[in-house]
Write a protein that binds this ligand. Structure first.
Ligand SMILES: Cc1ncc(COP(=O)(O)O)c(C=O)c1O
Length: 474
């Protein structure tokens, strides 16, 4: 067994002790040396394991004193894993989304539905000033289509950020798109045809399911751990199978997945990329929340482990900077030509003024400062919302433990009907999303997703309390 696997196993065992309450809040974990001695591992393995447990948000370092279990680590039980159907299925979420969208977007509601921070968490005035300056300097941009692949300077800036993560993305491979959704659409059209089987996590982001439905493909939900994401073993089993449910493509968010918040450990990411390469199955990776980690360093995308161009990475500035800019990108790997052609057919170039505005923002080195504030604010709000849900929701409620992003996945006691809760919440002017949206079958009828990127005000606190009461009435 390699060092990586050993430290992951040790970290998982320490995490399980904390989550099960065997180790209590405030307790000091063994020191590096003690841990190495007790578990018969090297000092480096012990250090890596302790860091991983800290990254999971379960412990905190006190300088000179060691790692201590966080109070938040031992609260309401974590999400119980649900085993999805083993069959690839046609999905039907678009009608439900169309029905719910008016309620979710209602301006008078406390907006805990859509996964987007309130405007004041984004530097929109600086970006607006940049856009105005760019339009004044080059008004002719409005009279041109612009380059199909996007503004070269912005593409280089995005490539350079990935280069720091060990992702080598060629200039021709990177295309600016209209948000991440356009990239996902282009990628799926490039690698698969109607009727193809697309393997997804369970629960899966409803946008994935919408595209799969729209393109007449089928979804195969894979076993997914609430914390460590896609099961490598489950993936290997379906890749090796000869059934009609064998996937033609894997579509997933490997870091801070939406809605579960799960993040696949690095060793497993490397294995997933290798397995898919062995079975010649392309991967489409959605990295939209990847920069929003609460602790340690940014998790590597699957693309960092890709040596054959078999991972297509899609992302955007929607969760980190400016959803209204609609600026996203796709690193197309081996499918660069097909995706270029697809973009030409679908929407031609992406509008240039906001590309220039964001490029200017990146050039002024403001993005990383903004990101570090956004990460801290998101972490604080995830904590506050979790505590409030813990206090006000019925006994038996389980809450996800994301280590990045800003959504919480809440599993209500068995038998609860999240669509009914959504309806009643809407009557009370509160927006949430029901779990059915994230399901290829009917697995998540008792789950809801809550957007926590809302400044914690009395109005928000009251909304969570009311939601808890409504959930208890169900
Ligand atoms: C995982 C995920 N991918 C993609 C999107 C959509 O991204 P964009 O607004 O950039 O099209 C979202 C938005 O909620 C998301 O949560």
């Amino acid at each position: 067994m390699g060092t990586e696997a050993r430290y992951e196993r040790l970290a998982a065992s320490l995490a399980a002790d904390i989550r099960s309450g065997k180790r209590v809040a405030g307790e000091r974990l063994p020191s590096v040396r003690e841990l190495a001695r007790l578990r018969h591992v090297s000092i480096n393995t012990a250090i890596a394991a302790l860091r991983r447990v800290e990254q999971l948000g379960l412990t905190q370092v006190r300088p000179q004193a060691g790692y201590f279990v966080c109070a938040s680590a031992t609260r309401a039980p974590e999400i119980a894993q649900v085993r999805p159907s083993r069959q690839a299925r046609s999905v039907a979420v678009n009608q439900l989304i169309a029905t719910l969208s008016n309620a979710v977007d209602a301006p008078e509601n406390v907006p805990l539905g859509t996964a987007v921070p309130e405007a004041s968490w984004f530097p929109f005035k600086t970006l607006a000033a940049n856009a105005a300056r760019s339009l004044r300097a080059q008004p002719e941009n409005l009279a041109l289509y612009g380059e199909l692949a996007g503004v070269p300077k912005l593409r280089n800036q995005i490539r350079s950020r990935y280069r720091d993560l060990g992702c080598h993305i060629d200039q021709e491979e990177l295309l600016i798109t209209n948000g991440c959704l356009e990239g996902l659409n282009l990628a799926l059209r490039a690698v698969a045809k109607p009727g193809a089987v697309i393997a997804v996590e369970s629960p899966a982001y409803f946008g994935f399911l919408q595209i799969i439905e729209g393109l007449g493909m089928k979804a195969l939900a894979l076993d997914t751990d609430p914390n460590t994401g896609l099961s490598v073993q489950g993936l290997e089993t379906v890749l090796a199978s000869r059934s009609s449910s064998r996937p033609d493509c894997l579509l997933l968010a490997s870091s801070f997945s939406n809605p579960s918040g799960a993040t696949i450990p690095e060793a497993s990411k490397a294995t997933i990329v290798r397995l898919c390469a062995d079975y010649e199955v392309p991967i489409i990776e959605d990295d939209i929340f990847g920069e929003l980690h609460f602790h340690g360093s940014r998790p590597l995308p699957l693309k960092s482990f890709d040596r054959r161009g078999q991972v297509i990475l899609c992302s955007s500035f929607s969760k980190t900077l400016a959803p209204g800019s609609r600026i996203g990108w796709v690193a197309a790997g081996a499918w660069a030509d097909a995706i270029r052609l697809g973009k030409l057919m679908l929407s031609q170039a992406t509008a240039t003024p906001m590309q220039h505005a964001i490029s200017q923002y990146l050039q002024e080195h403001r993005f990383d400062r903004h990101l570090s504030k956004l990460r801290a604010t998101s972490a604080e709000h995830i904590q506050r919302f979790s505590e409030a849900i813990d206090r006000h929701f019925p006994v038996g409620t389980r809450i996800s433990r994301p280590i990045g992003g800003y959504v919480l996945w809440v599993q209500l006691p068995k038998g609860s009907d999240a669509e009914l809760l959504h309806e009643r919440a809407n009557h009370n002017k509160i927006s949430i999303l029901p779990g059915t949206l994230f399901s290829t079958g009917n697995e998540y009828r008792n789950c809801i997703r809550i957007n926590c990127a809302r400044t914690w005000t009395n109005q928000v606190a009251t909304a969570i309390k009311q939601l808890g009461q409504l959930a208890a009435e169900l």
